[in-house]
Write a protein that binds this ligand. Sequence first.
Ligand code: UT7
Length: 315
Amino acid sequence: MKILGTGSALPERVVTNDELSTFLDTSDAWITTRTGIKKRHVISNEQIDDLAVLSARRALEDAGVDVSEIDYFICSNVVTEHVTPGLSCIISWKLGLHCPCIDINCACPGFIFALDIAENRYRAGMAKKILIVCAEETTRMCDWNDRSTCVLFGDGTAAVVLGEGDNIKGIRLDCQPDPHKIWLERTLLPTPYITKEEVNGALEMRGREVFRFAVNASTTEVDSLLKELGISKNQVSYYLVHQANLRIIDAIKEYLHEPDEKFPTNIYDHGNSSSASCPILLDECNRKGLFKPGDILVFSAFGAGLLSAVAVLEW
Ligand code: UT7
């Protein structure tokens, strides 16, 4: 497939590190030096599905594609208020889509997992124009008294419209199953039969272990996918890496021996917006006119699961 258009939409409320330090034992200096984050968009009274619809409309407009042309829709989301129907159905209803839709929860690499589904459905001849929306309200997963997690996250939505083309050069998906590195458990409603102890928790993370996993998975997978595709690093124009921590991105850059200018970042403005992170960055770069036709873009993302994924695309 080929990316025909991109869009994004963010919550209005922006929370700075200084604002966080008014109620948390933290500081702008700690957050900036450890993560590169200065501020984040935080959902307040908006609905995440309204923002998702807005980013989809922007992507459709950028692509010059009418909503009626979309014949498959994939929504990537970790948590939302609706248990059922899936967020994809709610977005479809508000957007006026009339095609099959699915939800995936592949945490931070969700955008690349969605690209993989889109590409395979297209290759099977089952869809021609596919919409992907990544919609995340990660700040609703955090305990806002826990300085080790809530300072890291931000909310946002982003979309891409894909159409006919052979611009997706390769995708590599991986999983090193370990549900105890980044996790959030919640209780379901009680029944007369449940006597086991259940936890209604907030997001927890073994930060240092996740950091090591992220750098290792990203560098290994980027190297191996590029090799498999016969594309040299010299041919890569930009790496769009999941915006979880600037120090992770710096370490990846160093291991790959690639220069700063190939790694656009926006983490200082957004924090970690899970699967929306890569497509928000993509949309911002696209709207700034950073990419020219023929540019090779490498996406790399990693997160809960532990899942990771890399995609190589020609712009
Ligand atoms: O989407 C993918 C998921 N997430 C990631 O990729 C995150 C991966 N991990 C990381 O980015 C880093 O490990 C963190 C940013 C989460 C933490 O950085 P760190 O350098 O690994 O710090 P640490 O957890 O080892 O904590 C160092 C100290 C601790 O104090 P003590 O025990 O040394 O006294 C923490 O309590 O920093 C303290 N600390 C804070 N201090 C001020 C933790 N959070 C904060 C905070 N403000 N917000």
